[in-house]
Design a protein. Structure first.
Length: 516
């Protein structure tokens, strides 16, 4: 028996307690595949280990319960490590929110871990011997990831596809099958590696599944490399200026600093150069622009006769005087308001509090400034822009939702993604957010201009390449050209149909192999 076979026998024979501990450790280590570490083998080995543990759980007295528990602990470890940065948001106002931090991080990780728990429990119910189990596991786990991105507003952060952040070439396949489709293939590749730890002497038959999957990913990498050989093309006559004021979140709404923050925005915007379109980050002004004639006059002078300005801003509904929106306001030449976009995919507990009256009695309020929850906009929109292609706004984490970032009946020429990643901490969160934005650009074949308060501001072409950027904790302005959009990608035309077909093919394949 070879070393891998002995390891596989050991993993399958673990006691329930040790099996659970290894499941948690495997999930935690698998999170190293995501930004900023981007060690993709960690994710593949994590899935291989999870499958071996499910093999062992199948022999227990209550296999479905044991399998679900393995899936839960694997997911809990992965989300706890991969999403640890969520805790930084509670340090902005520690007097009000610090006590919530451990509960929020643990409950978020545990809540998200219910999806792999469900997936693994169902996979064991339909388990088949031999290679069929790789497909059964992958189909249910990938379906669980899709559910995670849609149920209760969804939170598709750190999908398995994002474990390929170190290989932009492999990520090009998202233009065909999207992040969910690439996630399915990634899970299948990782699960197939468990075949190398099968009992007995390693044979070509045992190695067939991992070899085939490895060859598939070599092919995806080769195709992606070929695709990336195309140079970035730019829209003539468009010069972007992304402003990154680098204002710490704890200082943002201090009354004594409001004027200096505004002056910083204006000074960075007025630096020498000839930008045609200026972009400020999410909630850039610390006050209501609509109620500040002085600020609006300065914007009119800044835009002059030819420039446009796009800024994230909090907005009060003029008709009701009560509803508050997290918005993007598009100013045309002369400071004329050309469009107002209201964020429609709000962050639970960040921008609104579910069951607000009940939770307020427990001392739980939203993390962002003010007591009132933000109101919801009416969905993605495409707006006409003077001197540039039509654009579609995305505010902060709206960019994380595959297939839900624009109105596909009216395709834009670029995305403006404004954000304030100072909420996400100084390390992992902002880098993960940037990678997700790059994958959206690949899926939709549409470039992204991303303006962040404290970084990472960047211009991303339709292949997901970063053509210009400002790093974390840098104050400055970024002047760059606007890349052109590509013709609609397969994913842009058919959305998650490719993912659904992969799940169907995997299910049929598992049924056929399971009959032998």
């Amino acid at each position: 028996m070879n070393v891998l076979a002995r390891f596989g026998a050991w993993a399958r024979g673990l006691s329930p307690a040790r099996r659970g501990l290894l499941a948690f450790a495997s999930g935690a280590i698998s999170a190293l595949a995501f930004a900023p570490v981007e060690c993709f083998p960690a994710l593949l080995l994590g899935f291989a280990l999870l499958l071996l543990l499910l093999d062992g759980a199948r022999e227990s007295a209550y296999p479905l319960r044991a399998g679900a528990f393995c899936g839960f602990l694997f997911g809990f470890g992965q989300f706890l490590v991969g999403l640890h940065w969520v805790g930084y948001a509670f340090l902005v106002d520690p007097a009000a929110h610090l006590w919530q931090m451990p509960f929020a991080v643990l409950f978020l990780s545990a809540g998200l871990a219910l999806f792999p728990a469900l997936s693994c429990g169902l996979a064991l119910y339909f388990w088949r011997e031999g290679p069929a189990r790789f497909l059964v596991f992958s189909v249910f786990y990938a379906a669980g990831e899709w559910l995670r991105g849609h149920i209760l507003t969804g939170f598709p952060w750190n999908l398995p596809a994002y474990g390929w952040g170190a290989s932009l070439a492999v990520l090009q396949s998202a233009s065909v099958i999207g992040a969910y489709g690439l996630s399915f293939l990634t899970i299948l590749l990782g699960a197939s590696l468990a075949a190398l730890a099968a009992p007995g002497k390693l044979s070509w038959r045992q190695a067939g599944a991992p070899v085939l999957m490895t060859l598939l990913f070599v092919g995806l990498w080769g195709w992606g490399t070929w695709r990336l050989a195309a140079p970035t093309q730019y829209v003539p006559g468009v010069s972007l200026r992304l402003v990154q004021p680098d204002i710490p979140q704890r200082d943002k709404y201090r009354p004594a600093l409001v004027l200096s923050h505004w002056q910083r925005l204006m000074a960075l915007s007025e630096k020498p150069g000839n930008p045609t379109h200026i972009i400020w980050p999410e909630a850039a002004p610390d006050f209501l622009l609509q109620r500040s004639p002085t600020a609006l006059d300065q914007i009119a002078r800044l835009t002059g006769a030819k420039r446009s300005l796009f800024t994230g801003a909090e907005r009060l509904d003029d008709q009701t005087g009560e509803a508050v929106y997290n918005s993007l306001i598009a100013f045309g030449p002369g400071g004329r308001v050309n469009a107002i976009y209201d964020k429609f995919h709000l962050v639970p507990f960040g921008e609104y509090v579910p069951f607000a009256q009940l939770l307020r009695t427990l001392g739980i309020a939203k993390l962002t400034h003010g007591l009132a929850s933000f109101s919801r906009g009416d969905g993605p929109h495409v707006y006409t822009v003077a001197g540039a292609p039509p654009m579609s706004p995305l505010i902060c984490y709206e960019v994380i939702f595959p297939g839900a970032v624009t109105d596909h009946r009216n395709r834009p020429g670029w995305f403006i993604n404004v954000t304030d990643d100072s909420w996400f901490g100084p390390w992992a969160g902002p880098r993960q957010h940037l990678l997700i934005a790059r994958v959206r650009a690949i899926e939709e074949a549409i470039p992204v201009a991303r303006a962040a308060n404290t970084g990472i501001s960047a211009v991303i072409d339709a292949y997901g390449r970063v053509t210009a950027r400002l790093g974390l904790n840098e104050m400055g302005k970024l002047d760059a050209k606007l890349p052109t959009a590509l013709p609609p990608s397969t994913y842009a035309r058919f959305a998650d149909l490719g993912f659904a077909l992969l799940l169907l093919a995997g299910s049929v394949g598992a049924w056929i192999l399971g009959r032998k």
